[in-house]
Design a binder for this molecule. Structure first.
Ligand code: B16
Ligand code: MG
Length: 210
């Protein structure tokens, strides 16, 4: 193993509450029921696929143009909420583990579905930290498609077999497995049958890699 490709949301940081607040505001405005349980289904899923899940509860059918406007409305609010994030939102556990993996010689990359990846990394003080960033802006297929991780490996000039993917979402483990990557799964991702290394905490990566 020469590199580690990290999912962002749910692994490096936690923006769930901001996604929830922004989707909830949109759902309330449209009169659509939305709760934390439905929000859990949005983990690792792209923005438009998330909107489709929310609209499952809608009695009205919307055009593509309307859906694009709803997604833009949610994102504007989400980006506003992200302004609250700061380097204090990066846990000591994540920061020290990243530093140890780097010191052990691993290349470190991001593989995230989010189009806001670079903004989030800069809010966390990690704007220049990673060796490669593959995110929602450079892919056409969202997880469980492996594209985001294959692009990250390509940016690192390494084959998938030499990169470990770290994920919190089942769709992310499926994407890793479909791309030929081994994976470490945190939370619900650790329960997926394709997860190579189920881990209870981010810091346990060291037991696999160092
Ligand atoms: P955006 P990840 C994912 O990030 C989130 O888990 C998911 O909830 C979100 O819908 C998706 O990014 C797209 O985010 O609207 O910012 O482009 O877990 O792949 O890092
Ligand atoms: Mg995630």
């Amino acid at each position: 193993m020469k590199a580690v490709i990290f999912d962002l949301d749910g692994v490096i940081c936690f923006t769930d509450k901001y996604h929830y607040q922004a989707w909830k505001a949109l759902a309330d405005r449209l009169g659509i029921y939305f709760d934390e349980q439905i929000n859990n289904r949005l983990r690792g899923v792209s923005r438009m696929a998330s909107l489709d899940i929310i609209l499952e509860r809608s009695e009205k059918e919307y055009s593509q143009e309307e859906k694009d406007a709803f997604a833009a409305e949610k994102n504007a609010l989400y980006v506003e909420l992200l302004q609250q994030m700061s380097p204090a939102d990066l846990s000591d556990e994540v920061k020290s583990t990243l530093d140890e993996l780097r010191a052990a010689g691993y290349l470190l990359a991001i593989g995230s579905s989010s189009k806001n990846t670079k903004l989030i990394l800069s809010r966390l003080g990690l704007g220049d930290f990673f060796d490669a960033i593959s995110d929602g802006t450079n892919i056409t297929h969202s997880k469980p498609h492996p594209e985001v991780f294959l692009m990250a490996a390509d940016m690192l000039h390494l084959p998938p077999a030499e990169c470990l993917v770290v994920e919190d979402a089942k769709a992310g483990i499926e994407a890793a497995s479909a791309g030929g990557f081994k994976s470490a799964g945190i939370g619900e991702a650790s329960e997926h049958p394709d997860c190579t290394y189920p881990i209870a905490h981010f810091a346990y990566l060291k037991t696999i890699l160092v």
